[in-house]
Write a protein that binds this ligand. Structure first.
Ligand code: ZN
Ligand code: ZN
Length: 137
């Protein structure tokens, strides 16, 4: 996501881009199933470019409690600052954003915050059915 410095002024302007899901890859917990959309409000302050960046994309993952597959929308915002000098012609926000995304992805995914999980005794998915284990103990 290259931005020419000459396109940036002190008024913030919007730039749109995307990162391919292959560039993020699978984290072992989740993998994006579509390109991540990026909207960056970019402005120049002296010798720096500041980008207020909103990222969104859909990933598929396995619920860490009940092991069902889920697809969820992930959204996050980052503030990225890049130093520039008079010779800088362009900046490439793509790699900066990719690293922020990887650092901020969840390490655990739940299908629902109230997911009841699997019964530790019989292994039934307690979101779908009740088992008799708890009534016997
Ligand atoms: Zn679940
Ligand atoms: Zn059970």
């Amino acid at each position: 996501m290259k931005i020419n410095i000459s396109d940036i002024n002190s008024q913030s302007s919007d730039f749109k881009g995307q990162i391919s899901n292959e560039a993020i890859g699978s984290t072992g917990v989740l993998a994006f199933i579509e390109p991540l959309k990026i909207i960056a409000k970019v402005e120049r302050i002296d010798e720096a470019v500041i980008a207020k960046t909103a990222v969104s994309g859909k990933y598929s993952a396995v619920c860490s409690r009940c092991l069902e597959s889920v697809e969820q929308l992930w959204e996050n915002e980052f503030l990225i600052a890049v130093e520039i000098d008079r010779k800088t012609e362009y900046i490439d926000l793509g790699e900066e954003i990719r690293q922020e995304v990887i650092l901020n992805l969840p390490t655990r995914v739940l299908c629902d915050k109230d997911c009841k999980g699997l019964c530790p005794d019989c292994g039934k998915n307690l979101n779908n059915e009740k088992c008799k284990c708890s009534s016997m103990s």
